[in-house]
Design a protein around this ligand. Structure first.
Ligand code: HEM
Length: 396
């Protein structure tokens, strides 16, 4: 408990306004706007050919909110929800309050906010548009490694909300979920994080909680790799400029991972822990040499290494990974509850993602320390122009 004297002293400091306190200036709650180049003032354009939050470099914090449509929601109701969401996402991402925002001050820090809306299979059913469902918009096939829990799987709608500030994320979640309450109920929420802005050089590949550099070998947006990410004319017209999204919650057993020494840990992935370079090289972005042999005629990158197994000879078996770490309260008697909210974007989940997940299911040493406990698949419609609403080409 705060002693009476300390309490009075702290009160005096507050009353003193901008008095210095322990080397820190006390500011009013509503200070001068942050400097124009501060991370809090950054915005990511909402309108465009594609939704933001797919090729946008990963912001520090993410909330993935899956919702289930309530009975009776039909195409017209979905149009109403999409109009409201579109309008408020456009506002919030430029740092303006939502239309009926009850906490408008919380909208003042956009912090690079993006909101990406995805449709589970249930949206097409509710909209009476089953005929337009791409073949891959269905739960993934079962894999031997899976220990899936209902609590982290499925969903009719997804909001992926990312920003460099947690208050911004929480506020956007609240505004958008509140607006949806007569249409949908929350099924699950997964929160994730990467490095905070200013803590590492921009462009640094993130690290996961096993300590590995994670995200190095990824398609490069804006190059010919775009065909791997975005749905083009060969896909359903309503998904042009959109993408397919896989969200898998993958638990890490950090206690048994601790039992491995560094060389063993590096063998599991096939890359170095210090800078993420392949075991056959010295720089992170060097191509691994999968043919290289040691003096004893053993492969330098083992046959069971994650990066060998996650590659295939087929150049179409690639996708954009944009995962986040999670670290939640452990259950009683356990030390940690950590893992990856694994997120991948690809034009065709069946043709690109599933073959690789099958390969990893058959053989990947990493499986000894990781367990998929949730799985969901969504179609992310293309972006919209001013005056349009998200998903319009499906729902109009
Ligand atoms: C590469 C970790 C799950 C697909 C990597 C790398 C690490 C890693 C450290 C090397 C650096 C990089 O290129 O990003 C993990 C962890 C996982 C996990 C900790 C689970 C907790 C998965 C899953 C898939 C996958 C479920 C897909 C089904 C890939 C691919 C690569 C990769 C495609 C790049 C391979 C290459 O081209 O070199 N992963 N991964 N990973 N991972 Fe995973």
């Amino acid at each position: 408990r705060l002693g009476r004297r300390a309490f009075l002293a702290s009160g005096a400091a507050v009353l003193g306004g901008a008095a210095a306190l322990g080397g820190r200036e006390l500011l009013d709650a509503d200070p001068e706007p942050a400097a124009p180049d501060s991370p809090g003032r950054a915005t990511v354009a909402f309108h465009g050919e594609h939704q933001a939050g797919v090729v946008t470099p990963g912001q520090a914090f993410a909330s993935f909110v899956a919702l289930d449509l309530v009975d009776g929601v039909d195409r017209e109701a979905l149009v109403r929800l999409m109009r409201v969401w579109t309008d408020d996402i456009e506002r919030l991402t430029r740092g303006a309050p939502g239309l009926t925002d009850t906490e408008p001050e919380l909208a003042a820090v956009p912090a690079g906010l993006t909101v990406t809306v995805g449709y589970g299979p249930g949206v097409l059913t509710a909209a009476g548009r089953e005929d337009l469902r791409p073949g891959w918009l269905t739960p993934l096939p079962a894999f031997g490694v899976d220990r899936l829990q209902e609590a982290w799987s499925g969903g009719d709608l997804l909001l992926q909300i990312c920003a460099d500030d947690e208050i911004t994320v929480a506020h956007a979640v609240r505004v958008l979920v509140k607006e949806a309450r007569t249409f949908a109920t929350v099924r699950w929420v997964q929160r994730g994080f990467r490095n905070s802005p200013g803590t590492v050089t921009p462009g640094t590949t993130m690290r996961n909680l096993m300590g590995q550099v994670d995200g190095t070998s990824n398609p490069i947006p804006g190059t010919e790799d775009d065909r791997l990410i975005w749905i083009g004319p060969e896909g359903p017209a309503w998904l042009h400029g959109g993408t397919g999204m896989v969200v898998r919650r993958i638990a890490m057993n950090l206690d048994t991972w601790d039992e491995l020494d560094r060389p063993a840990r590096e063998q599991v992935i096939g890359r170095r822990l210090d800078n993420g370079a392949p075991l056959t090289g010295t720089h992170e972005h060097e191509e691994p040499d999968l043919e290289a042999m040691t003096e004893l005629k053993l492969p330098v990158i083992e046959s069971f290494a994650h990066i060998r197994r996650a590659r295939s000879d087929d150049p179409d078996h690639r996708f954009l990974r944009r995962s986040y770490n999670y670290d939640e309260s452990p259950p009683a008697g356990e030390l940690s509850n950590s893992g990856l909210v694994f997120v991948s974007f690809q034009a065709d989940i069946d043709a690109q993602f599933t073959p690789i997940q099958r390969r990893l299911d058959q053989l990947d040493l990493l499986n000894q320390w990781t367990t998929p406990i949730g799985s969901a698949v969504f179609a992310v419609p293309g972006g919209c122009r001013p005056g349009e609403y998200l998903g319009q080409r499906l729902l109009e």
